[in-house]
Design a binder for this molecule. Structure first.
Ligand code: 8X3
Length: 248
């Protein structure tokens, strides 16, 4: 039986690209997301992709994931589900959106880790990949809710690695900088295309979801003793969070 890789947030962007790339590289992929029609489109691209419609913010839904995977050779979990839902100064921000951001990015990952790591332990092998962000390294104006959640996710990766010491389970954090996907900026700006487009204005080549998927594929296909703790990836045009080269 092929090794199983679970990818959350697989309906678009980095998650969808990762699901496809891992399927192309010999994994049986369980692609997890909320939107059935998007998952069906993804599954149509490769017969190594199985889909499961769940919301990582629901403990009941995640229990279905455990049931589906129990006893299977699950070797990889990519905690990718997440996102940003505002771009507001702290003093103007909505506490409910802070909760929502923390729930999907941090607690959603915790739920999936709790569901899958025991299965990996039983299988005697595993790799948890947590997709954080450069927002987990530095703060930026108007980023409060997302910056805080991504710092939380970095802490989760570090804590988990310590706690799994002695078990054959790797823990990797991948922190992408500017990645141009169909939905990230659009969701953050509540569907305002003009505001979303400004994020990437003049940037010659932002990273793509396929670029991030390749970093994930490389990390999980390394020899088993070889653990990438943390990997920061950015486009060349982004020397640092606030230092982006834009062509006018
Ligand atoms: C996305 C990168 O710079 O918008 O995770 O926070 S950034």
């Amino acid at each position: 039986m092929k090794p199983v890789a679970v990818v959350t947030g697989a309906s678009s962007g980095i998650g969808a690209a990762t699901a496809l790339l891992l399927a192309e590289n010999g994994f049986h992929v369980v692609a997890v997301a909320r939107r059935p029609e998007r998952l069906a489109e993804l599954a149509a691209k490769h017969n190594g992709i199985e889909t499961l419609v769940i919301d990582v913010t629901s403990q009941q839904d995640v229990a279905v994931l455990t049931e589906r995977l129990s006893g299977k050779p699950v070797e990889v979990l990519v905690c990718n589900a997440g996102g940003a839902f505002d771009f507001d100064m702290v003093i103007d921000s909505d506490p409910e959106l802070w909760m929502k951001t923390y729930d999907v990015n941090v607690v959603g990952s915790v739920r999936c880790i709790k569901a899958i790591v025991p299965i990996m332990s039983g299988h005697g092998k595993g790799h948890v990949v947590i997709i954080t962000s450069t927002a987990g390294q530095v703060a930026y104006e108007n980023g409060g809710s997302y910056v805080a959640a991504k710092h939380g996710e970095v802490a989760l990766a570090r804590t988990l690695r310590l706690e799994l010491s002695g078990q054959p389970i790797r823990v990797t954090e991948i922190a992408p900088g500017m990645v141009k996907t169909d939905e990230f900026a659009l969701t953050r700006f509540s569907g305002d295309r003009e505001k979303a487009a400004k994020i990437y204005a003049g940037v010659a080549k932002p990273l793509t979801d396929a670029d991030v998927a390749e970093a994930i594929r490389w990390s999980v296909m390394l020899p088993e003793h070889f653990n990438i703790d943390s990997m920061t990836i950015r486009p060349v045009a982004q020397a640092a969070q606030h230092k982006v080269h834009r062509v006018q």
